[in-house]
Ligand binder design. Structure first.
Ligand code: ADP
Ligand code: ZN
Length: 210
């Protein structure tokens, strides 16, 4: 099973991806994580990506599509994967359909009023875990692996405003794109906890195989 995770910044794609990875053994591919690793490593891709990411804009399609295409040509994805943060516009979605076979798009729908607080209060670990300051109780290290938590450079109010705008104008149209293909599975989060959201996603995905 190959799935696309769709949702605004802060919707919880990464959190749900971690649950899905465990339960269904799907390989988690996050373009944001790939860019951040490149920035950290000072690679040419990282140098290009940084200015766009800091501005809350999309990294150019040529760069992004090439990365994903290469990643999907590796052996480990043969048993199924989930894309987190890709595609992010119609062009990327069409490109993806030219080199991959997507079975479903899980659309994680969250009230947009919640997103700013969620992202600005987010603390992450380099192992992929993600927390919110409201539930950390002052804790500064990762529960999963013990490393220090930090705030992503683009998780500040100015950049988040631009990222939400980019999502609304460029990424949200993908909801209709996948609906037209009959592949859209929308989960309305409301006040649901991450575990409850995961339950809803599982129900939808299990419904697919019937
Ligand atoms: P979030 O979903 O919280 O915004 P991500 O880690 O998915 O965080 O993405 C961080 C940034 O990386 C984006 O704001 C964008 O600049 C860049 N990026 C990630 N994925 C893509 C993509 N598919 N196309 C272009 N830029 C991307
Ligand atoms: Zn950790």
């Amino acid at each position: 099973m190959n799935i696309v995770l769709l949702g605004a910044p802060g919707a919880g794609k990464g959190t749900q991806a971690a649950f899905l990875e465990k339960k269904f053994n799907l390989v988690h591919i996050s373009t944001g994580d790939i860019f951040r690793a490149n920035i950290k490593g000072g690679t040419p891709i990282g140098k290009v990506a940084k200015s766009y990411i800091d501005a809350g804009k999309l990294v150019p399609d040529e760069v992004t599509c090439e990365i994903v295409k290469n990643r999907l040509s590796e052996k480990d994805v043969e048993g199924g994967y989930m894309l987190d943060g890709f595609p992010r516009n119609l062009f990327q979605a069409e490109q993806l359909d030219s080199f991959a076979k997507i079975d479903a798009c899980v659309n994680i729908s969250v009230d947009s009023a919640l997103l700013m607080d969620r992202i600005c209060g987010r603390r992450v670990c380099s192992c992929g875990a993600s927390y919110h300051i409201s539930t950390l109780g002052g804790r500064t290290t990762c529960e999963r692996c013990g490393q220090p938590l930090y705030q992503r450079a683009d998780d500040n109010p100015e950049t988040v405003g631009a990222r939400l705008e980019t999502y609304n104008t460029q990424t949200a149209p993908l909801i209709d794109y996948y609906a037209a293909q009959g592949k859209l599975l929308t989960v309305e989060c409301g006040n649901a906890s991450p575990e409850e959201v995961f339950e809803m996603i599982c129900e939808k995905l299990e419904g697919l195989n019937k």
